[in-house]
Design a protein. Structure first.
Length: 279
């Protein structure tokens, strides 16, 4: 999910069936495009779509005014994909760049360099035509990649990982290299999703069922009266039209036996103080 400034709406691509029978099925991936206008979801019906996928990376390219989709797939569900697609507000178009990351990754738009960044087996930038390996001296290799977002106040990408013990790590991008941060406070949880909150100038993260904010040097736990349940595989994006961070979907864990997971299509919004179920 990403905010598409061309449309002025949130853009969501692909998804999964929501019934329990699909958990281990090879046909559970949907091939959908949807937009959220602040009030309701609307299905898009372009002439063609990228193949449906899990874990695709998507972000809006401010310079080229298109949303870019890269890669996706998972060994236990759907084919691994390393393809590059753009959405111009009307249609999806596939690119065939001369170089590309060799694994799936996380994506954000880097305003400082006016390029999209993907962190996969290395860090790559997209210039509208091809992917370029930036060859950083260090990479955020601690734990499992959880989310990446661009901190506009500090002009740096922020990359968060989670390990199997529930410990998170925070990395920031200087433009040429990654630096691991050592904040006084560090969130803990088995999943994390986040986005930069432009209205309040902080990164907002749902870690497990806890809400945390990053101010560029430290994490601070927030204590809303109500929060989304802990989940895996959700998507988060900032919606400037409403000035809120939006969180969509995922699999709730610890609520269904024997699978211990439940696919949902919940949409939540964060206004800086509280979470509200939007849809």
């Amino acid at each position: 999910m990403a905010y598409d400034a061309t449309l002025g709406k949130l853009l969501l691509f692909s998804g999964v069936r929501g019934d329990n029978s699909c958990q281990a099925a090879s046909t559970w991936i949907l091939q959908d495009s949807w937009t959220w206008d602040g009030n309701a979801w609307a299905a898009l019906h372009p002439a063609s779509f990228p193949p449906g996928r899990s874990f695709g990376a998507m972000a809006y390219d401010d310079v080229r005014r298109t949303t870019l989709l890269f890669g996706g797939g998972a060994a236990n569900s759907d084919p691994m994909r390393l393809d590059t697609w753009t959405w111009d507000g009307i249609k999806w178009s596939q690119f065939h760049p001369s170089a590309a990351p060799s694994s799936e990754g996380l994506m954000t738009y880097d305003t400082a360099s006016d390029s999209l960044l993907v962190v996969a087996e290395s860090t790559y930038s997209w210039d509208g035509r091809t992917w370029t390996d930036r060859h950083p001296a260090h990479s955020p290799t601690t734990g499992i990649p959880a989310f990446m977002t661009y901190d506009a106040a500090r002009r740096t990408a922020v990359f968060v990982t989670v390990d199997f013990a529930g410990t998170t790590a925070t990395w920031t991008w200087s433009g040429t290299d990654w630096q691991k941060q050592h904040p006084v406070h560090q969130p803990t949880g088995y999943s994390a999703f986040g986005a930069y909150d432009a209205k309040r100038g902080v990164v907002v993260a749902l870690v497990g069922d806890q809400t945390w904010t990053w101010n560029g040097s430290d994490w601070a736990q927030q204590h809303p009266a109500r929060s989304p349940d802990a989940r895996y595989f959700a998507s988060a994006a900032y919606d400037p039209a409403v000035g809120k961070v939006m969180l969509f979907g995922g699999k709730l864990y610890g609520v269904v036996r024997p699978n211990n997971e439940f696919v949902n299509n919940e949409l939540w919004s964060w206004d800086g103080t509280s979470w509200t179920r939007a849809a």
